[in-house]
Design a protein around this ligand. Structure first.
Ligand code: NAD
Ligand code: MG
Length: 390
């Protein structure tokens, strides 16, 4: 019986994780669930799973949960600091990092400091804080198991060769596949007309709003290049990207002898999550089985970095290193939120990210506090830039 903490239980990753857990009550016990603002959903989930701890980071939502949650023996905590405490509890075996954005960074670091097995969906935290997190992994013998479908595909291909943050022997390069999002065939001249509703409607994956916009700009693939760099210790030139609109091959490992291993499946996050939770044991879930005869064609294209500038920006930030990925990531969180709020156009997301990445000097990552201060500074500068353009 594994005891599991789910950070971001009310989101899309939380949904897929809990769907898998419902099938395996004999294998997993829910230790803790966390939410930000969705009081109704966390009350419903806590009533069903009866965790020892519930953390609600938003104060208003916390008040509602306190008043309305009636499960006995569930302690309710408020605020982000409680996330760091709950992941480090001695009885926690597995931590699922399903918070979106930089808000998940401190709890990811805390889980690794506590030597936990971290099932990572929250790519932004490793993008921003990889330089802090990876040395701690080596010190504490924590493990990071990727849930992001591409990285999980590579982890599946590597099998026992995978060790967090260590380049596997015999690997020449890796190839991350990208669905291309809804607009990979749209003319760049049309980008200014794209609405939030169109951009959120991903053709293959059902995900939260922020990652859906990142998929539409290909910033998601850019963040995933940086994520792969940290998890598999790969340099920029050994991480390829291919647009594969069917989203059947989730990524590939290219070996020095010419062998290529790929992992395939229907685009459903229950598949990588089941694999991550199983720790080598296969677990059943509700995902559909792949029918290649029905699929008929698997196609591949070069990603157009002129049209999707965010992809190139991420590579540039990774090569600069230090705080550059954190700067790009924070700028992107603000520009995506501004696009969703109708404040900027779709084509401005990349432009704003570019301006901010080039306006702020990158330096060495010193500490979590350093990254948190930087996050505040970048958010302020990005918001100021957006407001000056209104
Ligand atoms: P979502 O928006 O559906 O859910 C986000 C979760 O984070 C919610 O539980 C919310 O309560 C919590 N949260 C939001 N802001 C918070 C804050 N300030 N403090 C604490 N908690 C906060 O997002 P999602 O699609 O589930 O994505 C979660 C993470 O997983 C992202 O980093 C995303 O890139 C990654 N990911 C998601 C998918 C997917 O299929 N959804 C696939 C691969 C990777
Ligand atoms: Mg992915």
């Amino acid at each position: 019986m594994k005891s599991i903490c789910i950070l971001g239980a009310t989101g899309s990753i939380g949904d897929s994780t809990l769907n898998v857990l419902r099938k395996h009550p004999d294998k997993f016990r829910v230790h803790s669930l966390t939410a930000h603002t969705n009081a109704d959903k966390i009350i419903q989930l806590a009533t069903e799973f009866k965790p020892e701890h519930v953390v609600v980071t938003d104060v208003d939502a916390y008040q509602l949960v306190r008043q309305q949650l009636t499960v006995q023996n569930t302690q309710i905590h408020c605020g982000s600091a409680a996330l760091e405490e709950v992941v480090a509890e001695a009885t926690v075996d597995l931590v699922v990092a399903g918070i979106v954005g930089n808000a998940g960074m401190a709890s990811v670091l805390a889980a690794v400091q506590a030597g936990k097995t971290l099932l990572l969906a929250n790519k932004e935290s490793i993008v921003a804080a990889g330089e802090l997190v990876m040395p701690v992994v080596q010190q504490t013998a924590a493990r990071i198991i990727p849930l992001d479908s591409e990285h999980n595909a590579i982890y599946q291909c590597l099998g026992s060769e995978y060790q967090t943050g260590v380049r596997p022997d015999g690997v020449k390069s890796i190839t991350l596949t990208a669905s291309g999002g809804p607009f990979w065939q749209t003319e760049a001249s049309q980008f200014k007309h794209i609405t939030p509703a169109q951009a959120v409607a991903h053709p293959k994956w059902d995900m939260g709003a922020k990652i859906s916009i990142d998929s539409a700009t290909l910033m998601n693939k850019g963040l995933e290049i940086i994520e792969a760099h940290w998890l598999f210790d790969m340099p920029n030139q050994d991480i390829n990207v291919l647009v594969h609109p069917q989203s059947i091959i989730h990524s590939m490992v290219n070996y020095i002898d010419g062998s290529v291993l790929a992992q395939m499946g229907c685009p459903d996050m229950q598949i990588p999550i089941s694999h991550g939770l199983g720790l080598g044991q296969r677990l059943i879930n509700d995902a559909s089985f792949l029918d290649l005869l029905q699929q008929q064609q698997l196609t591949f294209y070069v990603a157009d970095t002129d049209k999707f500038s965010c992809l190139q920006l991420a590579r540039e930030a990774m090569v600069v290193g230090g705080t550059a990925p954190a700067i790009l990531n924070a700028a992107n969180e603000v520009s995506v939120a501004a696009f969703l709020a109708g404040q900027i156009r779709f084509d401005q997301i990349g432009q704003i990210n570019d301006r901010i990445l080039n306006a702020i000097q990158a330096n060495q990552v010193e500490s979590l506090a350093h990254l948190q201060d930087l996050d505040i500074e970048v958010r302020f500068k990005t918001e100021t830039l957006i407001n000056s353009q209104q």
